[in-house]
Design a protein around this ligand. Structure first.
Ligand code: 6GU
Length: 240
């Protein structure tokens, strides 16, 4: 990757993205490790009513976001980075499921554009158009099997997962290395981590397991592996 990774977010609620200036993602920006820009879709609204949505062809409940504002907004952020390949991420509950593997892959890309749809989503021609546009890759992504009011929170989730994997962002890169062994399998399936304890050695009658106080690193590693395996097994046998 030759360029500093750039994240452009297009939304009708720019203030929803304020958390990007806090904590890990705020620090990553301050350190100059990532560029993040938020764009108000409303700037490209149409008509005297500043509309970005309209009723669906064919009838049905709710409103659909019109292609024209989206096309203008996406063209504008792409034109500002003419030498980069643009990965357009369309947030939709109908997308492929976001995963740690996808976060790793996206952390190596130069230019990510997040299109935050609201209402019943964005006219599908926007996705279809950019899928065939030169210089673009398009991904439709969902963060899980539930319905949100819009793509903004999903974008925050994805960006935090992606940005923490960019070199230099985490104070201790060992935590990523450890995690890549302990919480993710080859297929991107998440394994459960061992439980953690810190001081005090006893809290409300609950002690820290003796082995963790033993100083015997081989035993500790064995205990942690067993705990992780047992918790993972338990997870697999409940729910879906
Ligand atoms: Cl990306 N958008 C919406 N509206 N709902 C979701 C989602 C995205 N991912 C899970 N639920």
């Amino acid at each position: 990757m030759s360029n500093k990774p750039t994240f452009d977010v297009i939304t009708i609620f720019p203030d929803y993205m304020n958390p990007l200036n806090l904590s890990l993602m705020g620090k990553a920006q301050e350190k100059g490790l990532v560029d993040i820009a938020i764009h108000d879709l409303r700037k490209h609204s149409v008509g005297v009513h500043n509309s970005v949505d309209d009723t669906p062809y064919g009838g049905g409940a709710g409103m659909v976001m019109m292609p024209e504002p989206w096309g203008k907004a996406i063209d504008e952020v792409a034109a500002a980075k003419p030498d980069l390949t643009h990965t357009l991420i369309v947030l939709t509950p109908a997308g492929e499921k976001f995963s740690q593997a996808m976060a790793h892959e996206m952390s190596t890309l130069d230019h990510l554009i997040f299109a935050c749809g609201r209402y019943e989503g964005i006219d599908i021609r926007v996705t279809d158009y950019y899928r065939d546009a030169p210089g673009f890759n398009v991904r439709e992504v969902s963060i899980g099997d539930y319905v949100l009011g819009g793509g903004e929170v999903a974008t925050l989730v994805m960006m935090e997962a992606i940005i923490r994997l960019i070199p230099g962002v985490l104070g201790n890169p060992d935590s990523i290395i450890e995690e890549s062994h302990s919480i993710m399998t080859q297929s991107g399936e998440v394994l459960v981590e061992y439980p953690n304890y810190t001081k005090p050695a006893e809290w409300r009658g609950l002690p820290v397991p003796e082995v963790l106080l033993s100083g015997n690193h081989a035993l500790i590693e064995k205990w942690r592996a067993e705990q992780a395996s047992a918790r993972t097994q338990k997870l697999r046998h409940q729910g879906s």
